[in-house]
Design a protein around this ligand. Structure first.
Ligand code: 4NP
Length: 149
């Protein structure tokens, strides 16, 4: 089974959206999960604004709960997609070897190869930021799904 992990900082705004979007594009033969590099929101529901923008696009992510990324995730997952440069550094700092490092990719590089563009953190902004993030992640997840099938 191919397993894909989405990673952001808090695991309440960007990565739960990415998880919900990618799940909607793949069959149940794929495992999709998300995690945060920080532990502030362990056990929390996604941010209300992420739940709302997902719902607007027909997805229910309200049952997801935050958890922190751990070193064991390198063993579990085949692909680890991070939202921004800071997430990338935090995950790479835990990598044990080249195989771990090779699993990690900036998610927008699927759309803009090698550009290392960030999915901006929408936490301190308004609803439009969540809509923008949704659209970026939708495009990237379409590429991921195409590449896997
Ligand atoms: P996320 O957004 O990394 O997309 O889940 C954030 C959520 C919470 C915080 C920062 C970013 N925070 O500082 O609590």
């Amino acid at each position: 089974m191919t397993k894909i992990l989405m990673v952001c900082l808090g695991n309440i705004c960007r990565s739960p959206l990415a998880e919900g979007i990618l799940k909607s594009k793949l069959s149940s033969e794929f495992k999709v999960d998300s995690a945060g590099t920080a532990n502030y929101h362990t056990g929390s529901q996604p941010d209300k604004r992420s739940i709302a923008v997902a719902r607007k696009h027909g997805l229910d992510i309200s049952n997801l709960r935050g958890r922190q990324f751990t070193i064991h995730d390198f063993d579990t997952f085949n692909f680890i997609y991070v939202m921004d440069e800071s997430n990338y550094q935090n995950v790479i700092n835990l990598a044990r070897n080249q195989e771990d490092i090779d699993k990690v990719e900036m998610i927008l590089n699927l759309v803009y190869p090698d550009k290392n563009y960030d999915v901006p953190d929408p936490y301190y902004g308004g609803n439009q930021g969540f809509e923008n993030v949704y659209n970026m992640l939708d495009e990237a997840c379409s590429k991921i799904a195409d590449n896997l099938s």
